[in-house]
Design a protein around this ligand. Structure first.
Ligand code: FES
Length: 218
């Protein structure tokens, strides 16, 4: 009896049965793979800011208006302008919400705009590269978050620098790091003008790394 059971256990079945089993195994793997893809594609897609995929779209509060009264002060040769704005955002699991942030705006001359790639090579190549134009219509809009450990830096007019109060990182008006522990220069944000309205996408990059890694966005 025990020998019969052992033989039955070892019996691989007829060629038809083997082929049926193989088909069922492949079909299970195939269905599992498709279900994985169905779940993964929207998840990965949801991690990419829509504005970076299609600059014309602004769904989900991705593009936020910069108040005209503040943005209009951004001019060539003027000190950087602090611009406070609100944006709405939607998290799939919570009701729509809003937040207030501020950015720093500068406007470059034509020569400065042309030279910006040489001045800020970190924005155009390697792991610190950004996936959108740093200069749009001669404007650069900086995140207000210090790339070192996330404090808010200020513009110090008598030194013509951005200076972070936490650990003393210093940056030129164009965002080049010139002193302190920050591992990279300032982070420009996606910017556009739509029918005369300046808009920005709020992105938070990882602190303390030379690479630009998106942590969150509006
Ligand atoms: S957080 Fe800005 S220098 Fe440390």
């Amino acid at each position: 009896m025990a020998q019969h059971e052992a033989q039955a256990y070892k019996d691989n079945g007829s060629p038809e049965e083997q082929s049926r089993r193989k088909f069922l195994a492949n079909a299970t793997l195939g269905v599992g793979g498709i279900m994985g893809l169905v779940l993964a594609v929207p998840l990965v897609g949801s991690l990419i800011p829509e504005s970076l995929v299609d600059p014309a779209k602004s769904a989900g509060g991705v593009w936020a208006d910069l108040p005209k009264s503040q943005f209009d002060k951004v001019a060539i040769k003027s000190p950087p302008v602090k611009i406070t704005f609100n944006f709405k955002y939607a998290d799939g699991y919570f009701p729509p919400s809003s937040d207030e942030q501020f950015v720093w705006g500068i406007k470059l001359s034509d020569q400065q705009a042309e030279a910006y790639k040489k001045l800020r090579p970190d924005l155009y190549a390697g792991a610190s590269k950004i996936g959108y134009p740093a200069v749009v219509e001669s404007f650069v809009i900086f995140s207000s978050i210090c790339p070192h450990l996330g404090c808010r830096f200020n513009w110090v007019g008598d030194q013509s620098k951005f200076i972070c109060p936490c650990h003393g990182s210093e940056f030129t008006p164009e965002g080049v790091k010139v002193a302190g522990p920050s591992p990279r220069g300032l982070d420009p944000l996606p910017f556009r003008e739509q029918s005369g309205q300046a808009q920005v996408t709020w992105i938070q990059y990882k602190s303390g790394t030379p690479d630009r890694i998106i942590v969150s966005y509006s």
